[in-house]
Write a protein that binds this ligand. Structure first.
Ligand code: 5GP
Ligand code: MN
Length: 328
């Protein structure tokens, strides 16, 4: 944890990155880090692998950030030449995509990873890895507190930390929540953070199309596997077109499956241009990360993992069904 303070003390310009298809914790921890460094009088810049969903854009307001996909060679050159870099909420370079992952061979200054995913690989000079942390945002606050830096958390920084904790804990309910999580929340609220505004921005942001897509997914595409605690929703490109799908529209749908009484394993599968993206969730004694890394080139946490398949949607779901005995 001390390496973070050393890095901050000894450098001026910082590149901050996070993973592809950034979620609330990715955007929350990266923007929290950005505003913290600003407060310290530093020159930070956030680099995202791809565009965030529209719902997360308000949280990037006031942040100087670039999207790798849209960057020129010169812009990338400038960013990899910054004094130091901080990589948040991912445990392996592959999580930023194969093209952006090449920056790790070219970074000029020292790098540090701050993350809570299991099995981190060594791709930075320093790493702060804590699997028990509910979120990278919470871990970031812990890093600041342990280094006596938490007085530099202003309202902008607090907003990012709150966003990360809120979204990675399913609104403070997952087993990963601890007394320390609530300690951090207490500190954020003491600063005068408007938590209602954040909840509304995240949860009361539905379009009619999104709500109808979710209704359709639950009514027409949800399948409970016979005599098993497993539910599956699979959406095809045709389904998505029908409801004018936008990135982020199916966020959290996998948890709806898990809310069915008796269901302990959920799979949400969505057909993309180049394959199928899978989201797994589980409860109790069922763990999905190893299953996903073995069978679907993925990984993640015990209770929340992801993966992918290059096969068609139907073939992917059939393959999943043929493998479920491994899970139960
Ligand atoms: P989600 O289902 O929300 O996309 O992802 C849940 C968790 O699974 C993420 O926090 C991340 O740790 C992990 N995850 C998602 N997709 C992938 C993937 O393609 N590869 C790996 N290794 N992990 C993933
Ligand atoms: Mn996270």
């Amino acid at each position: 944890m001390q390496s973070f303070k050393l890095l901050v003390d000894q450098h001026h310009s910082f590149l901050i990155t996070t993973h592809k298809s950034p979620d609330g914790d990715a955007i929350g921890s990266a923007t929290a880090c950005y505003f913290f460094l600003k407060k310290m009088g530093k020159n930070p810049m956030v680099l995202l692998p791809d565009e965030p969903s529209e719902g997360l854009l308000p949280f990037l307001s006031g942040v100087s950030y670039k999207v790798f996909e849209n960057c020129s060679v010169n812009e990338i050159q400038e960013m990899i030449s910054m004094d130091a870099s901080i990589h948040m909420d991912y445990n392996d370079p592959s999580r930023v995509g194969s093209e952006m992952s090449l920056i790790f061979e070219q970074l000029k200054g020292p790098s540090i990873m701050i993350d809570h995913h299991p099995n981190p690989s060594t791709f930075t000079d320093y790493s702060i890895s804590k699997v028990e942390a509910s979120s990278t945002a919470e871990l970031f606050y812990e890093v600041l507190e342990r280094n006596d830096l938490s007085s530099n958390v202003d309202l902008h920084c607090a907003r990012g930390i709150y966003l990360g904790i809120l979204t990675d804990t399913g609104s403070f309910r997952f087993p990963s929540v601890t007394a320390f999580t609530h300690h951090v929340l207490e500190k954020l609220l003491q600063l005068g953070l408007d938590h209602v505004e954040i909840h509304e921005a995240i949860y009361d942001d539905n379009s009619l199309n999104r709500l109808q897509l979710r209704g359709f997914a639950i009514a027409e595409r949800l399948e409970i596997l016979p005599d098993m605690p497993i539910g599956v929703i699979a959406l095809s490109r045709e389904d998505l077109r029908r409801f004018n799908y936008k990135k982020g529209d199916t966020e959290g749908l996998v948890n709806v499956i898990l809310s069915i009484k008796g269901i302990q394993i959920a799979l949400f599968a969505i057909e993309k241009e180049d394959g199928v993206k899978l989201s797994f969730r589980s409860k109790g004694n069922y763990f999905v990360n190893d299953f996903s890394s073995r069978n679907f080139n993925g990984g993640g946490h015990k209770y929340a993992a992801g993966g992918e398949s290059k096969e068609s949607l139907d073939v992917t779901i059939s393959r999943f069904k043929s493998l479920v005995n491994e899970l139960i």
